[in-house]
Design a protein around this ligand. Structure first.
Ligand code: MTE
Length: 398
C-alpha cells in the first residue's frame, strides 16, 4: 500500500460528521506546531470520498488537453525525471476559514470552520507553468481547468485559474507530490495535486487527473456553484433559484483576503491575571492574498478606539535569506520570489493589569496594498473569505 494510509489524528475536529472528511485542528494546537504544520494537523477539505488509488504512485497519469498544440499524457515518473524539482513553503487556506462566525450571524450554505482552516507545508514538485509550456497553449487560450479523480454527485471536482497566472513564475503554482518531505497523504491529494499559492485552497486541485486549456473559465459544477462571494443581499433561496448569480465570473474568488486570528488567549478563556508587572503574550497568525506581504498587525483592547502594533515573525523570509539550497528533494531558491505565500506569526506583550480591565481583544492585519481587515462582516450565502477583525472575549479567573 502507498505510504501514508495512517489513522487520522485524534485531535482533529470533524466539521461534517463522519463523511466526507473535513477537519481542522484546535487553533492552539495549530499555532503550537509553528510555521510548518505537520500532515497530522493540516486541515482537510474533501468534497467527497478520497479516491482509493492502489497503483504505484509513479505510474499515476494525468493529461494536458484542450487548446494546446501538443496534448500530452504524463506520469508522475515523467515529472520526476524530466523537470527540476522545487520545494517551497506555501500556506493553504480554505475559503471557508472563519465561516463559523458568519453562521452565527445568519446561516450560510457552508459548514462551520473555526479559524484553523489554514496550514503551511513545504511542498515539493514542479513548476506548473513549465509543464504547461510543453503542451504549447494555442492562441486565444486564457484559462487552465483542472480536474481531480474524486467522483462526486455532480461530477469530478474541478475548477480553473488564468493561464497567464500559471505561466508567471512569481505566482509560484506547482504540481506537487510531496509535503514536508513525505509523499502526499491520501487526504491531501496523493499522489499528485496542484498547489496554487496565495489563492483560496479550492483552486489547488487534489488527485489531479486532467488539465484542460480553454478560452473560458471552467464549466465544472464545483467551479460554478462553489468558491464565490455573492452580493450580500442574495439569500440562500434566491441563490438556489437564480443561476445568474453563479454564472457571473466577477463573484468567483481567487486571491485570499487579508486575515488574522488570535490563538492565545483562546476565545472565552479565563485568564489568571495577577496585578503587578507581569505581561501576557497575545499571539496568533496573519496572512495576505495574492503573494502580498502582511505589513502590520494591530491589536485593540478598546474595540478599535486605539490600536497597538504587534511584532511580526516572517518565518518564510528565513528560507528566502538562506539562498539556493537542496531541501527535501527539491531546490529551494526564493531569490526570484518576492511574493509572500505563507502566513506570518505575530505577538504582543500586554500588561496583565491592562488585560484585566478588558473583556475583548481584537486583531486586524493589513497588507502591502493596504488591504485591511474590515470592522464589519461581509455576510454572503456561501460564507467565504470571512475576515472582519478577529475577536476573543476573555474573563478573569476568580
Ligand atoms: N481537490 C479535489 N479533487 N477535491 C476536493 O474536494 N477541495 C479543495 C481543494 N482541492 C478539493 C480539492 C478545497 S475547497 C480546498 S480548501 C483544498 O483542496 C484543501 O486542501 P487540503 O485538504 O489538502 O488542505
Amino acid at each position: 500500500t502507498p505510504d501514508g494510509w495512517l489513522p487520522r489524528d485524534e485531535r482533529l475536529i470533524r466539521l461534517t460528521g463522519v463523511h466526507p472528511f473535513n477537519c481542522e485542528a484546535p487553533l492552539s494546537d495549530l499555532y503550537n506546531e509553528g510555521f510548518l504544520t505537520s500532515p497530522e494537523l493540516f486541515y482537510v477539505r474533501n468534497h467527497g470520498a478520497v479516491p482509493q488509488y492502489t497503483g504505484y504512485d509513479l505510474d499515476w497519469e494525468f493529461t494536458i488537453e484542450g487548446m494546446v498544440e501538443n496534448p500530452i499524457t504524463l506520469t508522475l515518473r515523467d515529472l520526476l525525471e524530466q523537470y527540476e524539482q522545487k520545494t517551497y513553503p506555501i500556506t493553504l487556506v480554505c475559503a471557508g476559514n472563519r465561516r463559523k462566525e458568519q453562521n452565527v450571524v445568519r446561516k450560510t450554505k457552508g459548514f462551520s470552520w473555526g479559524a484553523a482552516g489554514v496550514s503551511t507545508a513545504l511542498f515539493t514538485g514542479v513548476v506548473m507553468g513549465d509543464v504547461l509550456k510543453k503542451a504549447k497553449p494555442k492562441r486565444g487560450a486564457r484559462y487552465v481547468c483542472m480536474e481531480g479523480a474524486d467522483k462526486l454527485p455532480n461530477g469530478y471536482y474541478g475548477t480553473s485559474v488564468k493561464l497567464n497566472w500559471v505561466l508567471d513564475p512569481n505566482r509560484g503554482m506547482m504540481l506537487a507530490h510531496a509535503m514536508n518531505g513525505e509523499k502526499l497523504r491520501p487526504d491531501h491529494g496523493y499522489p499528485l495535486r496542484a498547489v496554487v499559492p496565495g489563492q483560496i485552497g479550492g483552486r489547488s486541485v487534489k488527485w489531479l487527473k486532467k488539465i484542460i486549456v480553454t478560452a473560458e473559465p471552467s464549466d465544472n459544477w464545483y467551479h460554478l456553484w462553489d468558491n464565490r462571494v455573492l452580493p450580500t443581499m442574495v439569500s440562500p433561496e434566491e441563490s438556489a433559484n437564480d443561476e445568474k448569480w453563479w454564472r457571473d465570473e466577477r463573484y468567483a474568488i481567487y486571491d485570499l483576503s487579508t486575515n488574522s486570528a488570535i490563538a492565545y488567549p483562546a476565545h472565552e478563556e479565563q485568564l489568571c491575571l495577577v496585578a503587578g508587572p507581569e505581561k501576557y503574550r497575545v499571539k496568533g497568525y496573519a496572512y495576505g492574498g495574492g503573494g502580498r506581504r502582511v505589513t502590520r498587525v494591530e491589536v485593540t483592547l478598546d474595540k478599535g478606539k486605539t490600536w497597538r502594533l504587534a511584532n511580526i515573525d516572517y518565518a518564510e523570509d528565513r528560507y528566502r535569506e538562506a539562498g539556493a539550497q537542496q531541501v527535501l528533494g527539491g531546490t529551494l531558491d526564493m531569490e526570484w520570489r518576492e511574493s509572500c505565500f505563507c502566513w506570518c506569526f505575530w505577538n504582543l506583550d500586554i500588561a496583565s493589569s491592562e488585560l484585566a480591565e478588558t473583556s475583548d481583544i481584537f486583531v486586524r492585519a493589513m497588507d502591502e496594498s493596504m488591504n485591511v481587515q474590515p470592522r464589519d462582516m461581509y455576510w454572503s450565502v456561501l460564507g467565504m473569505m470571512n475576515n472582519p477583525w478577529f475577536r476573543v472575549t476573555i474573563s478573569r479567573e476568580g
